[in-house]
Design a protein around this ligand. Structure first.
Ligand code: SAH
Length: 410
């Protein structure tokens, strides 16, 4: 410990990560279980958003229609947010239903929606075609609208402070299941369901891959979804910097992402600057250590020129010590200047856990030390806590499952 105040007589308290109220799954060696291989079963039918523009044309031809019909479908889906053949009057009636069924199969059924009192945050609970449940959270801020999307049903990374991780991995989501969350959110915005519009053409401007799942463990589908988000001609035409991919730190996949040539914003969920603690908080740290994850984040910056974010959930007496703020600053400064900023976020409570957010003065001190060391640091307060829609709180509850079981998948 580097606490050197002469008046200090007690060592800072150190709470160790422990699973409380639930049992963390372990592998054959007794280590927290990491799930990478997801079952293929349950994947949905192929959808336009799973295909490249050329493949969409081929598929239209396969369905007996000229290739340019694919372009019309793209417009309906990505610009009018509709998959309803009745609304596609520019397509000939004959063959229209087959074309739409073949390229825009139904993917997400809305099970329920929770909204904050002020109406500027909506949490959607979706049922996938195989019954798996996922969530997305839509948030209106002045001048931007952010959607937090899920990339997997459940998550295999098993972080003990995250509600999603506790449930394990059900399956990967398809690229189209990821995109459909954005399209449905856009449809809700257009229908005026996210409160009063600031201007008539409002839609989702920012995407964060911070819902359920580890996006880099579902790499190819996530990249296909990102490509579709940013494609101006054949997709949603969003800005790449408005898309944030957040990861626990799968190092080879971070390098791969850096080489894609899509300048998305990159976020690393670090949560501890020392392996001693991170080994226990983030099971993937058994594969890639703090320094390896930080080196990969730095390479991402070097390659893309995009400043990266470090996420840090502040947990009382566990990772919020002044010396950890200093150690984090040292490790970041060692690699360079101006390449990174830190986003601490007070821990959101998860069911069954006795861990708590850091006290306010401790949060402020943590932020102050980093800023003083030259690392731009801003405390993030997450939205949607009262509807369990905040980071780490996304998990289908018993009640959700009950409601979902009564909703037919059409
Ligand atoms: N698997 C990815 C993305 C999903 S989580 C990742 O780990 O980055 C999005 C962010 O929420 C991550 O930084 C995650 O560590 C954080 N988080 C998880 N549980 C949390 C909690 N209970 N309180 C605050 N943040 C949490």
């Amino acid at each position: 410990m580097t606490e050197s105040s002469p008046v200090r007589t007690t060592k800072p308290r150190q709470v160790r990560p422990r699973a409380e109220g639930w049992t963390q799954r372990v592998d054959a060696e007794g280590k927290p279980l990491l799930q990478f291989a997801a079952p293929k079963k349950g994947m949905p039918p192929v959808h336009l958003a799973d295909l490249t523009p050329a493949q969409r044309v081929e598929k239209a031809v396969e369905l007996g229609l000229p290739g340019f019909r694919a372009k019309q479908l793209e417009k309906h889906y990505f610009q009018h947010y509709t998959s309803d053949p009745a609304k596609m009057t520019d397509l000939p009636a004959s063959g229209r239903d087959d074309l739409v069924a073949g390229l825009l199969p139904h993917l997400l059924t809305e099970v329920r929606r929770l909204q904050t009192d002020s109406g500027d945050t909506i949490k959607f609970l979706w049922k996938l075609h195989d019954g798996a449940l996922v969530e997305s959270v839509l948030m209106r801020y002045p001048g931007r609208i952010t959607l937090c999307v899920s990339s997997q049903a459940g998550c295999g990374m098993n972080c003990p402070f995250c509600a999603t991780g506790q449930a394990g991995l059900t399956r990967n989501m398809s690229a189209a299941e990821i995109i459909e969350q954005v399209v449905r959110a856009n449809a809700a915005i257009r229908a005026g369901e996210l409160g009063p519009a600031e201007h008539p053409d409002e839609r989702v401007t920012n995407i964060v891959f911070m819902g359920m799942g580890e996006p880099l463990a579902n790499y190819n589908r996530v990249i296909q979804a990102v490509r579709t988000m940013v494609d101006k001609e054949h997709g949603l035409g969003m800005s790449a910097r408005g898309v944030t991919v957040s990861t626990v730190g799968l190092v080879p996949a971070i390098d791969k992402l850096a080489g894609e040539g899509i300048p998305v914003t990159f976020a690393l969920s670090l949560h501890a600057p020392d392996d001693h603690l991170r080994d226990e908080m983030i099971p993937i740290n058994s594969r890639w250590k703090v320094d390896e994850a930080l080196d990969a984040a730095y390479r991402y910056f070097e390659k893309t020129g995009r400043r990266v974010s470090i996420e840090y959930a502040l947990i009382k007496d566990m990772n919020d010590h002044a010396w950890r703020a200093d150690l984090l600053a040292t490790k970041l400064n060692e690699r360079g200047h101006g390449w990174v900023h830190v986003n601490p976020i007070p821990l959101n409570p998860t069911p069954g856990s006795v861990w708590t957010a850091s006290e306010k003065p401790v949060q402020r001190e943590f932020v102050r030390r980093l800023n003083e060391a030259g690392i731009p640091t801003t405390l993030r307060d997450t939205r949607g806590k009262e509807i369990d829609g905040a980071c780490g709180q996304l998990v289908a509850t018993e009640e959700d499952r009950e409601v979902a079981s009564a909703v037919p998948v059409d």
